[in-house]
Design a protein around this ligand. Sequence first.
Ligand code: PLP
Length: 364
Amino acid sequence: MKLHKAIADINLKALSHNLRVVRKKTGNKNILAVVKADAYGHGAQRVSESLIRNGVSMLGVAFTHEGIALRESGIKTPILVFFDRNNADACIEYNLTPVIYDFNEAKKIQALSKKQKISMPVHIKVDTGMGRVGIVKERAFNEILKISKLANLEPEGIMSHFSDADLQSKNFAIHQQEVFRSLISALKKEGITFKFIHMANSAAVLTMPDAHFNMVRPGIMLYGYGCCEKEELRPVMTLKSRIILLKNVPKGTSISYGRTFITRRKSTIATIPVGYADGYNRKLSNNAEVLIKGRRAPVAGRVCMDTIMADVTDIPGVNYRSEVVLIGTQGNEKITADDIAEKIGTIPYEILTSVGTRVKRVYT
Ligand SMILES: *Cc1c(COP(=O)(O)O)cnc(C)c1O
């Protein structure tokens, strides 16, 4: 019995290829591979193992529990936790590296690591224009001076994050980079240096060589997407399924909830066991295509929780169990996460990270 109705095929060769693109762009800088949100929906454990085999220096996750899960799966590579606070206990227990952005947090970590008689590596984050976490740039210099005087704390990294490095116009991104750079040189004059200096997300890896410093933090480009120079990248995920039912219906038959699709001719309608609970967004109702037999079949009617219907009237040779590609390539046709994102007004990040837990990840 085939238990899984939908499969996300994860192509680890494509992942390695994309990592080589990072290397080509950055000339062998340290790579912190971002594997938050279950490696953008691709499965954090297997993706991390593959990236580690290919030599990344560090992994990045959003939250502590993501780092703990990687440790429990046996991964030993340094892991940076971007967003959690008050996580010093877990960071010590699981050997995770916290990102800190205020003095009080630093003091708490210091107290704990003192008790444990260890020196705790941390990365300090500066907000140079993202308006999210990070010490605001005006206070960064003084705050970091204070932090670096704390014993039992080893600020091994300093980092910042771009808000719009994906735009054509780099004015603001360059401004952010200059704020970061001058902070680092001011700190250097005080004798404060860092083993890792990093700012570049995928967009900056691809388009802003001056922002690579000595480590880069690519996420989306590892998975084959990005703002620019896409042709060099290979999508890692194929989302696919199989037809579970084919039916011939007369003209005038309504399909799915709300009866928003009425057949205009005698039609063949396929039911496919993937729905919005699997990450196939309901806004794709009557608004997307899937690939069957290397041809495009329109989604007919509303996307349901567990299923979609597709109009396969014009495709010869379709049968029960024919393969359906929702994202990926089949024959000469291709549907990317960019295509899907554009249809519903979002970004490929959201399409990939929405692929649900019912979808089995298969690694090739
Ligand atoms: C998500 C994230 C990244 C990766 O961004 P991409 O655009 O996917 O390359 C890098 N750094 C931080 C702090 C992030 O949160």
